[in-house]
Each structure stands twice: as C-alpha cells, then as structure tokens.
Design a protein around this ligand. Structure first.
Ligand SMILES: Cc1ncc(COP(=O)(O)O)c(C=O)c1O
Length: 369
C-alpha cells in the first residue's frame, strides 16, 4: 500500500538546480554572504512584500537571534501551543517564558489573556501564527504599545500569508520564518528574520556572523547562522514553484473541508475571509464523544492504513520534562491542553492527490478499517 506522508518537500526539478550548482562551482564561493545568498534575500523581499530580510541557517537560530537583537530582559509572554523551538529560543537567551492560553478559534495566543500576565519584568510578547493563521495583531500591538513591550512574531508557518492584501510578516518589531524541508517553502534547512530598518538588518547580519563589523572589529557577541550558496540556490530554484504548490494545497484543503463537514465529531479550523493562507497544515479536532473514537485511536488507525498524520502540537510545550522541571509561570492553559489532546494534522502537501484525500476520508469515516 502506498504511504501517504504528512508532508513532502517542495523539490525544484533537478535539471533546474544544476545550472546554479555549475555557477557556484565556477565562482568558488560557497558561503559568507555570497552571490546567491544576496539574490535570494532580494527575491524574497519582493515575493513576500517586505522591506528587509536576513537569511538564517534555520528558524530556531533566527528566533534566538531575533530575541538577542532586541536586547530583551526578564520575562517574555508566549504560547504553550507551538513547536518547542519557540520557548527554547526564550530560555536559550536566559529569558523566562510566561505561558498564556490560546484563542479557541485560531489556536493563537489569546490577546484577552495577555495583560494579566504582564509584570514589571515583562519585556516582550512572542506570539506564533499557528498553522499560518494570523494572530490578532491589532489587539496584541495595542497591548504592547500600552506597556512598552516588543513584539516578535514566530511566523515559521506563515510564509506568504497576507491579511487585507498586506504581508503579515511586516507586523511586530521582528518576524521569523522557518524554511525547514517540512515547510511549504524550504531551503532544506533555513530560516529568516524580517525587520523594518537597514540598521536592524545590519545588526542581524552581524549577529549571524560571529558579530563581525569588519575584518578586525567585533563589537557584539554573535553565533554562526549563515546560509550557504547551495541552499540559497535551492531556495531560488524553488521560489518559481511556490505559487503552484500553494494552489495545489488550497485545492486539497477545500476537498478535505467539503468531505469532513459531514463527519460528526470532526471539526476544522475556522478561516477568515480577508486572509490569503498558504495551507501549510490541515489540522482537525476530534471530539471523541461525538466521533465515537479517541484522537489517538484515529491517529493509529490512520497509521495502520499507511497514512502518516501528526499530533501537532502534542504534547504541549509546558508538558515536556524540561518545562515541567522548571518553575516557569503558567496561567490557565485549559484551551491549549484541550486542543493539544484532540488535534491531528492530516497529510497536507503539494503532491497530495484527490485519490489520497478520498482514501483518508474513507478511513476517517470508518467505512474502511
Ligand atoms: C512554530 C515554529 N517555530 C519555530 C520552528 C523552528 O524552525 P526550524 O526547524 O527551521 O529551526 C518551527 C519548526 O518546525 C516551528 O514550527
């Protein structure tokens, strides 16, 4: 039986990558802000409709560096309903995560619950556009302005997402992207920070290159998070295919929604009218009482039928040993917990066929066991 994977990488045609590789071989310049690195930054600014972008070797280092660049202190308000890199980046900066619950309709940090978590130690808010659904930026930014806090968006899932025709990557002080192979757009491993000023762009470029200002000057502590020429070329070759890939994901999402709407106990994420999504993920919530089977039973039944879905995000960040063993502040996280206990991300990628989806639906319906 054919395996239906939860995702598949957006591979550019090999023959289109080869000329880039030949040119890189001729140039003999493999990393350190090379020709293709610069070109990809330029092309991504155009494609994403953002002013400044700094490429990183992965989304986690982008997030760590974004927090470092803003010179934050004390406590950062964030969500437990995310990939663990979100809060790891806080802790790796010697800052303290403060976990606040999510909105049941978007699964994003709930702005209504942020203010009660603000103390005189709070320096920033780190929300996540979960599954690419935009956060309530207006409400979050209003709170941030009132309390003089920075906002850093973990936009790892939000490549190309727009609200009212404007890129949501322009929100907040900084936004980060992940270009991991599992993401809608990838550079195999990779990531980026989007910022608003040339001064911040310069600082981010220095921070990802050991803090170098010039050959003999290092005014700040920096890591090594540079992107090599081969990955940048891969990113350029893939960029041509991203619109078609997203269109294909959209068709799959629409088919899933139509077919799942008749299955009792299965619900899909709400969609907002004014948002252009990238269809990165297809999460469903299993209401076991109505559906007649638990989320985990469905997950394993799908797996027994060679359908690889993912309990994403499960466990909650706050349920991992590291976070349980540290005394980080947590507010009532009941909605995050309920979501994490009942969510499944179904297979979603640009190569998914109608037959694949129909088969997945039959398994969920229970008509094939
Ligand atoms: C929400 C979120 N933040 C951060 C990251 C980290 O990105 P990367 O895997 O590129 O380090 C991921 C990656 O899966 C993610 O999903």
């Amino acid at each position: 039986m054919e395996k239906i994977t939860v995702t598949t990488p957006l591979l550019p045609p090999l023959e289109e990558l080869t000329p880039y590789l030949e040119d890189i071989w001729n140039r003999k310049w493999l990393t350190n802000n090379g020709y293709y690195h610069q070109l990809l930054e330029k092309e991504l600014c155009k494609y994403l409709d953002v002013k400044y972008i700094s490429l990183f070797s992965n989304g986690t280092l982008a997030l760590i560096t974004a927090l470092q660049a803003l010179e934050l202190q004390g406590e950062i308000i964030t969500t437990p309903y995310s990939f663990v890199a979100t809060s790891h980046a806080i802790v790796l900066n010697n800052l303290k995560p403060v976990f606040v619950d999510i909105d049941p309709n978007t699964y994003n940090l709930d702005p209504k619950k942020i203010e009660e978590a603000i103390t005189d130690k709070t320096s920033a808010i780190l929300p996540v556009h979960v599954y690419g659904t935009p956060c309530d930026n207006e409400a979050i930014q209003k709170i941030a302005n009132k309390h003089n806090l920075k906002v850093i968006y973990d936009a790892a899932h939000a490549f190309g997402v727009k609200k009212d025709g404007v890129s949501i990557l322009n929100w907040g002080d900084l936004s980060i992207l992940s270009f991991h192979a599992t993401k809608a757009y990838s550079t195999i491993e990779g990531g980026a920070i989007i910022c608003h000023t040339p001064e911040m762009k310069k600082k981010l470029d220095q921070l990802k290159n050991f803090g170098y200002e010039s050959e003999t000057e290092i005014p700040m502590l920096g890591s090594n998070a540079k992107v090599n020429e081969i990955q940048a070329a891969y990113g350029l070759a893939s960029l041509k295919y991203i619109d078609n890939a997203i269109a294909s994901r959209k068709r799959s999402a629409e088919l899933y929604r139509k077919e799942l709407s008749n299955i009792k106990g299965i619900s899909c994420l709400d969609i907002q009218d004014d948002v252009k999504l990238n269809y990165s993920y297809f999460p469903i919530i299993v209401n076991s009482k109505e559906y007649g089977e638990s989320r985990d039973c469905l997950y394993f039944r799908l797996r027994d039928n060679n359908i690889l879905s993912r309990r994403y995000f499960h466990p909650l960040i706050t349920d991992f040993d590291f976070y349980k063993n540290h005394d980080y502040k947590k507010y009532d996280l009941s909605i995050s917990k309920k979501t994490s206990d009942n969510v499944i991300c179904l297979p979603m990628h640009h190569n998914l066929t109608e037959n694949n989806i129909n088969f997945i639906i039959e398994i969920i319906k229970g008509s094939l066991k």
